[in-house]
Design a protein around this ligand. Sequence first.
Ligand code: URA
Length: 448
Amino acid sequence: MSDEDVPLEETGQEPAAPTERFDAVDVIRTKRDGARLSAEQIDWVIDAYTRGVVAEEQMAALSMAIYLNGMDRTEIGRWTAAMISSGERMDFSSLTRPTADKHSTGGVGDKITLPLAPLVAVFGVAVPQLSGRGLGHTGGTLDKLESIPGWRAALSNPQMLQALEHVGAVICQAGSGLAPADRLLYALRDVTGTVESIPLIASSIMSKKIAEGTGALVLDVKVGSGAFMKELDQARELARTMVDLGTDAGVRTVALLTDMSTPLGLTAGNALEVRESVEVLQGGGPQDVVDLTVALALEMLAGAGRPHAEADVRHALADGRALGKWREMIAEQGGDPRAPLPVAREREHVVADTDGVLERLDAYAVGVAAWRLGAGRARREDPVQSGAGVEIHAKPGDVVRKGQHLMTLHTDTPERFDRAVAALVGGWSIAPAGTVVDRRPIVLERVD
Ligand code: URA
């Protein structure tokens, strides 16, 4: 007897409601068997999932089939469009300035949005940065900003427009009306091992960015142990897919592939990263953070039709203009930019066991350690500790001495130290003195 001959009550499958255009099981079988999904199947499955007609387990099976068999460019474009259509689209056409946004695929110590948004705003380009909270080993921009006393992430659309017009930069929580299909699907992918799929990541990110309505978009696609994409060719493919989706939707989109084999800057953890961002805005801070901020700012300004020379952009960090914009941006959302930042109650050091040159400091290991110290969350509803995280005292290529502090671990809950230290075992190594360590440039490639 074939599948088709089995009475429905024996298969346990619910028949689709007679008014539905497709049956979820047929859509799953199409992708499971390696065929292309039709435009009509995609439109229906995203809409029906958002309406609750396609069950979570059916969408989980379809996501796994996509993870295993992929989607072609036409399917990805349609999937992205269907997710955009599941919700509202924002409209910044009433603003007097052009808009540009940046999205990072996420990495350890990636605080770049914090100095970048005010820096770009200095040059008359509005930055509508809709951000998220962290899950797993990479931190979330909103969690970082929430360590500033009084600062609030939730703004209504009119408040966001007002902030963009007054200040020129806003970093806030995406409203629930933006690509709701993605919100549901991302939460499902998170618990079904289907996050690391190029078609699903690209459509997830780009549906939100296109619905947000920015005129120009710069993608920071991270490559290395602390990123989704561990290898350069995977990152290139993700970047190409997202740039094509943005361009096809009329958003001027470019991507930079950037190094995430070692943490960005010298801190991973919420308040620690805010402190470092303020150092950058004061004209100091670690070189890799400054260089990446400047590289992304130059791309955003060019995309928005306001190209500037690199020296002008660096100058706006050094002369306090970007810091002034930061203070306005934080105050506009209720924060006190001059208030002391939270500090964790307890500290423990990781020390060098020999003299030599730090050869490797693994981004993923540091990210997991920061997360275990309380900087990140395991479940969406978990609180984070503002002061928790890892402070780094040596980066690959630096000369170190036996007994020197390599890292300081910060937490309010010292029982977390053991597991954080365990995460760092094998995460760093010291080569004999005189070894030349190849430092990768921060920007590896550009895709447009
Ligand atoms: N960020 C997103 O918004 N979606 C993904 O799928 C991965 C990272």
